[in-house]
Design a protein around this ligand. Structure first.
Ligand code: ADP
Length: 267
């Protein structure tokens, strides 16, 4: 539990740092891009300076996209919370996932029927799923592929026997959890890797392949959704990520929240 606390404080600090840096960076980028826009008008296509100016502008756009990623992680991104049917959300992603994962990663979906809805942002859940599945595929690559199983289920609090899990879910209100798990038959992770995977920029992938932001983003999104994330991994057998989201009660439907800074998640 102490480890968890240290970890969550660490993530919070990194999140704040990322948000601060991203914010300042964004202002600087805006200034650069406004100036190059201005210059591009004075030196349009055909002008000898045009290619370089255009290059500055597109590089600026790429930097802005990276900053946006950082903001997602640091909880300052805009969200659209709604009552989501997890089964529908997962089913909607199947085609995109299959396309992204390629043929060597078999995708299996197992859904519980009649799950209660959860309060979450659909595109964020899509991001979570995509990040977890891409990692799963990468972890199976050396062995020429394998199976990714995405499963949704209902877990009443009273049915939890694992004391660590019970303790971790204690601060989250409600009686029931909707669990989304993503399991792969890949390499698995040794403990020294597992302990660092949620840190931003931690990656074991070769340069250019990994950013180390995938799981940090997943962690941030699950926190923002008021949920909990666990990972089980056995070297040589595979890895399972589980997301516990509080089942939404009979509250009235929230379709669109004003786009303002989101409050920090409960800790
Ligand atoms: P990236 O994918 O860019 O490396 P992530 O934050 O998504 O960044 O993942 C960090 C690291 O966690 C990966 O480099 C890998 O070592 C490890 N990892 C993540 N998912 C899995 C998995 N399903 N199986 C084995 N290792 C994983």
């Amino acid at each position: 539990l102490e480890d968890q606390l240290v970890q969550s404080q660490k993530m919070q600090a990194i999140g704040q740092l990322a948000a601060g840096v991203a914010h300042d960076f964004n202002n600087l980028l805006t200034a650069i891009r406004l100036n190059t826009d201005e210059l591009l008008q004075r030196h349009p296509v055909g002008d000898p300076s045009y290619p370089e100016l255009q290059n500055i502008n597109t590089t600026g756009a790429r930097a802005a996209a990276l900053v946006k990623k950082l903001l997602t992680f640091s909880r300052k991104a805009t969200r659209r919370m709604e009552r989501l049917d997890v089964t529908d959300t997962l089913s909607d992603m199947v085609v995109t996932l299959r396309q992204t994962l390629g043929e060597r990663a078999q995708l299996k979906m197992i859904h519980a029927r009649g799950l209660p809805p959860v309060n979450a942002d659909k595109s964020q859940i899509d991001t979570v799923l995509m990040n977890l599945c891409v990692n799963a595929r990468d972890a199976m690559e050396d062995q020429g592929g394998g199976t990714i199983t995405i499963q949704s289920s209902l877990l009443p609090r009273t049915a939890i026997t694992d004391v660590h899990l019970l303790e971790a879910l204690k601060p989250i209100p409600g009686d029931d959890f909707v669990v989304i798990s993503v399991a792969d038959t890949g390499t698995g992770m040794p403990d020294e890797v597992k302990s660092k995977i949620f840190e931003p920029f931690f990656t074991t992938k070769e340069q250019g392949k990994g950013t180390g932001l995938g799981l940090a983003t997943v962690y941030g999104i699950v926190q923002q959704s008021g949920g909990h994330l666990t990972v089980d991994s056995v070297v040589g057998k595979g890895t399972t990520f589980r997301i516990y989201l509080p089942a939404a009660g009979a509250a009235p439907e929230v379709s669109e929240l004003p786009v303002v800074k989101t409050p920090p998640p409960p800790r």
